[in-house]
Design a protein. Sequence first.
Length: 311
Amino acid sequence: MRFVRWLGFLVLCLAQPAYAQAPVSQQTFEQRLATITQAPRQAPTSLQSLERRLANLANENPGDYGFAVLDLTTGQSAGYNANVPFPMASTMKVAVAATYLADVDAGRRSLDDRVAGMSAASLMDAMITRSDNRATDLLLEMLGGPSTVHDWLRGHGIRGMRVDRNIAELLAARRDLRDIRDSSTPNAMLSLLRLIDSGNALRPQSRFMLLDMMARCRTGRNRMRALLPSDVQVEHKTGTLSGYTSDVGFLTLPGGRRIAVAFFARGGDNRPAVIATAARSIYEAFAGPDLNRFPGSGNQNGILAVSHGGR
């Protein structure tokens, strides 16, 4: 009888999927959980060509890239390394703003609340439009710390994204671009963007305020904005660390089609140009018949020319 029980246990062990056999030292519990709950999915047929272009772009350039795109009308999505954690850097400021605005909507806070002589509204504007780190940490202090933002994300069902430290702590720590703390997968970032855009988390006035600040973002002119036609509306937030570049937000095409995007890049030396080219590829995939109206459209061959200016 003991032998039968032992044999059954051995069969059960051998039947476990490959993710359970990764050494704990190489894979945290959260990473394994993400592997289980965010299994790779095949892009819809209409977006498979885009997915191949994004994969080729990433594979042809030095560095490690994560891309994700979501059509907010149809719910169709595509990506590359879309369930791999990357540092958020300053893109986490979108979550800070959303958390604070949700408290305003609930009557727990006001845009006129003040700290260090500045209103919450002015701090938020500086945080999103100029990526002001001190403004971010003052807002986090008003909220009660990073855990408040983390809990707000969890309360809305967003997994694969975590906020562990304020900006001062993040910048003071030894740089590790694979640290699971303060990270997000591209797909988790899309979940946050979709939540904001849906109006399910913020009242219309708060939603408009956040999107307006993202539309006025002054940083990252050489990223997703760089190769897009002027009549594509961009609402975004950038992130930058040594050896790391990101840009996340919304693209609204001239016909009104609205797309959420997330671009994360670590390593390599051509990150902004890769992000700009990925954004252009997404635009070309969704622009349809209107594409030929724009000069230089339809380029399918590697990195397009892009200035390295901007932050």
